[in-house]
Design a protein around this ligand. Structure first.
Ligand code: FNR
Length: 468
């Protein structure tokens, strides 16, 4: 069968550049909505992606690549971006890169290899710019992918010390059959504040035939028109924008930038709709706020700990709360898959989100017969006020009744935690393993409150803490 790799064209395109933490699903969808033609994911590391289990998430309408060791989502995508999303991979090995390519080729429009990251983590692993000094290895990776994948393959590089060296390298890479090459016009030791070298891209573009995507112009991109000015300075027809889009993704909007608070509100709504993690959402909003973090609203924002709290600041608190409850009711219990030693099985692609698979009993920490247990997950979104948190309620109850202070002991397994709450001569724990110690303590306090009759089981079922 001949493979049509021309489906995604890299000619004449305005692209959201790959950005760690920024290029997750809500930001990519927003960039597309505002006019980007193609969106790159953040760099995903091959070793992580290889372990990922592909899940169809019917509740959110997404395809999730889940880390089976802790239930976290490594990569989430959806139909809306299917023909426009390029997954960027950090790799130093052709076989591993191909394994990832095979896992994702039906869900993304293209695969890009990061050969421009100068961070120590990448270089130590032989990834990013390390590949530029091992061109044979880089060629092997690209050729393996081009020969074996149904989707177009690209790479993103930095320029080399001389223009001639850069032209030679790009010529070598082009010969592998890749569909395009992104060039960040800085050298590996140059930082974002340094002047870019669009003239080098221009010289390369004149010397080779392959589509070149120019990158590195955000210092001089303040408006939509500036994107084209930089593109023209590089003498190419496609351009990829990073920092200017991180700051305000409406940079892709023909009619001009929208006020940043409006953009944040739209972004937050997508974060709620696609159940984006609080930490990632906070990071991106913080990048958009920039110096506005010093305003009263900005200061309140910095104190937020949940998606619900962030949304409250932009009048989306109610929307967030209702949506989170709706998702819980429909069974989007992603975190419920988190249990020590969960073993991904071959049939997991079609598994419902509530499936649980355990390693043999002996490999998970044993329960003790004198601990009162219940399978309860702690959902921070259920508790708006700090005083309504399970630990606070238990603490208040203890002081009013002179029962002594509840004590918490943490058990750890892999990257998961559960707590044993000791109170009034008894021990309580949840059999649900949480991703952090704080949540584990709250979970054990919930079990205690339930056993003491201070909280109704029906309430915990209603708010999704206990599965029916
Ligand atoms: C980046 N950059 C980057 N590059 C890449 O190839 N993979 C990545 O995952 C990331 N991550 C990333 C995160 C953040 C927060 C920033 C600001 C940048 C580099 C980026 O894609 C781009 O090459 C440079 O920022 C230069 O382009 P601009 O910013 O001048 O448009």
């Amino acid at each position: 069968m001949t493979v049509d790799k021309t489906k995604l064209s890299y000619r004449n395109k305005i692209i959201l550049a790959p950005m760690v933490r920024v290029g997750t699903l809500p930001m990519r969808l927003l960039a597309l909505e505002y006019g980007a033609d193609i969106v790159y994911t953040e760099e995903l590391i091959d070793l992580k992606m290889i372990k990922a289990k592909r899940r169809i998430n019917d509740v959110l309408g997404t395809i999730d690549f889940v880390d089976p060791s802790d239930g976290s989502i490594i990569f989430r995508t959806c139909d809306k971006e299917k023909d426009k999303v390029v997954l960027q991979l950090g790799t130093s090995d052709a076989e591993r890169a191909l394994a990832v390519g095979k896992i994702v080729e039906h869900d993304v429009a293209g695969l890009d290899i990061n050969m421009g990251c100068p961070k120590e983590f990448s270089i130590k692993g032989g990834m990013g710019v390390a590949l530029l000094s091992k061109p044979d290895k880089a060629v092997e990776i690209l050729k393996t992918l081009v020969d074996n994948l149904k989707i177009p393959v690209t790479c993103k590089i930095r320029i080399l010390p001389t223009t001639e060296d850069t032209i030679n390298l790009v010529t070598k890479f082009a010969a592998t059959g890749i569909a395009a090459i992104g060039i960040h016009c800085r050298r590996k030791d140059e930082r974002p504040q340094h002047q870019p070298h669009p003239n080098v891209i221009k010289a390369v573009a004149q010397a080779v035939d392959i589509p070149i995507i120019a990158n590195g112009g955000s210092r001089e991109i303040d408006t939509y028109r500036d994107i084209f000015k930089f593109r023209d300075r590089c003498g190419v027809d496609s351009i990829m924008v990073a920092r200017a889009a991180q700051l305000n993704v409406t940079i892709f909007r023909k009619e001009g930038l929208l006020p940043i608070f409006d953009v944040i509100k739209k972004y937050l709504k997508l974060c709620v709709d696609y159940d984006n993690p609080q930490s990632n959402t906070k990071y991106c909003v913080q990048s958009m706020l920039k110096e506005l973090q010093e305003t009263p609203l900005g200061k309140k924002f910095l104190l937020t700990q949940t998606l619900h709290q962030i949304c409250n600041l932009w009048d989306l608190g109610d929307y967030c709360y209702k949506k989170q409850l709706e998702y819980q009711e429909k069974g989007n219990f992603g975190r419920r898959e988190v249990c020590p030693g969960a073993i991904p099985g071959d049939d997991e692609e079609t598994d419902g989100p509530q499936s649980k698979k355990h390693k043999p009993e002996s490999e998970t920490p044993a329960s003790s017969p004198d601990i009162l247990e219940h399978n309860i997950a702690f959902y921070r979104a259920n508790y708006v006020e700090d005083t309504s948190l399970p630990k606070s309620i238990l603490h208040t109850f203890a002081s009013k009744n002179f029962k002594g202070v509840p004590k918490y002991e943490i058990q750890r397994f892999d990257k998961l935690f559960r707590a044993i709450c000791s109170f009034d001569g008894k021990k309580y724990a949840s059999t649900f393993w949480e991703k952090n110690k704080k949540y584990a303590e709250q979970g054990s306090a919930l079990v205690c409150l339930l056993n003491l009759g201070l909280i109704e089981e029906s309430e915990l079922i209603k708010n999704g803490s206990i599965l029916r």
